[in-house]
Design a protein around this ligand. Structure first.
Ligand SMILES: NC(=O)c1ccc[n+]([C@@H]2O[C@H](COP(=O)([O-])OP(=O)(O)OC[C@H]3O[C@@H](n4cnc5c(N)ncnc54)[C@H](O)[C@@H]3O)[C@@H](O)[C@H]2O)c1
Length: 245
């Protein structure tokens, strides 16, 4: 049976790679992003390749947009069986230099969005015996300078995942991935030195590709992971195994 898979922040990077991968194995993908043009481009690419996808504007910080999308999908008989919470928002700077608005927005987009996703679709996930996969970061377990809200949100995602896996068991599995340095547009504005450092920090001596995170997300959402819930899976090329760089 075709599953409906909803992915947030799927217009670029890891989310887009996950959308392509789920669609390639026959899932019906709901490609959502605050940037609807980016989502539309990914959905069009999937459809051109023979897959099933639609694009939707969804700002994950906006509860009304979650409600609107819920109405749309339910009336189209496309209740999500899988949700991938991948969208994020990050502002760098030490804590006292961050405005309260930026602070709250980072937590809202990166962490509270997962609560909104579960509040909106807990019934469809339950009915489908479905799965949620959250995208945290190695920032959830290690700290880098000047990223207090991002680190707090990503750490919070790990404990929230564990909590949801408990509260929605046995019907819904909830897991989280912790990517290391992955080649997305996030690295475009980083200089060659930062990229070289990231390459050396991974024991595999390179940055990861979005597809290498997407394949783990797909695994966690699928039958091959049917006995995995509440788990945190690091996808970092070995970065967190060593202090050496
Ligand atoms: N790239 C890395 O090195 C890396 C490392 C660790 C974790 N991650 C995590 O992976 C996830 C994806 O990151 P990426 O590198 O693919 O980034 P990206 O910038 O390529 O994609 C992120 C997408 O999220 C969308 N987005 C931003 N705010 C949104 C909102 N309010 N509502 C909906 N969508 C919104 C953006 O429009 C964009 O399409 C994030 O959770 C990020 O923290 C990335």
């Amino acid at each position: 049976m075709t599953r409906t898979v909803l992915i947030t922040g799927a217009g670029n990077g890891i989310g887009a790679a996950a959308a392509r991968l789920f669609a390639a194995s026959g899932d019906d993908v709901v490609v959502t992003d605050i940037d609807v043009d980016a989502a539309a481009a990914v959905a069009a690419e999937i459809v051109a390749a023979g897959g099933a996808a639609t694009a939707h504007r969804l700002d994950v910080a906006d509860s009304e947009q979650w409600q609107q999308l819920s109405l749309e999908l339910r009336s189209a008989n496309r209740p999500p069986a899988v949700i991938v919470n991948n969208a994020f928002f990050q502002v760098t700077g030490i804590a006292h230099e961050q405005s309260e608005g930026d602070w709250n927005q980072q937590l809202s987009v990166t962490l509270s969005s997962v609560y909104r996703a579960m509040r909106t679709f807990h019934d469809t996930l339950t009915a489908a015996r479905g799965s949620m996969v959250n995208v945290s970061s190695v920032h959830g377990v290690l700290s880098w300078a000047e990223q207090p809200a991002y680190g707090a949100a990503k750490g919070g995602l790990i404990s929230l995942t564990r909590q949801l896996s408990l509260d929605y068991a046995p019907h819904v599995r909830v897991n989280v991935v912790l990517p290391g340095s992955i080649e997305t547009r996030q690295w475009d504005h980083q200089g060659p030195e930062a990229q070289e450092l990231a390459r050396r920090q991974a024991t595999l001596q390179r940055l990861g590709k979005p597809e290498e995170v997407a394949s783990v997300i797909q695994f966690l959402a699928g039958d091959g992971a049917s006995y995995i819930t509440g788990a945190s899976l690091v996808v970092d090329g070995g970065m967190t195994t060593t202090l050496g760089a």
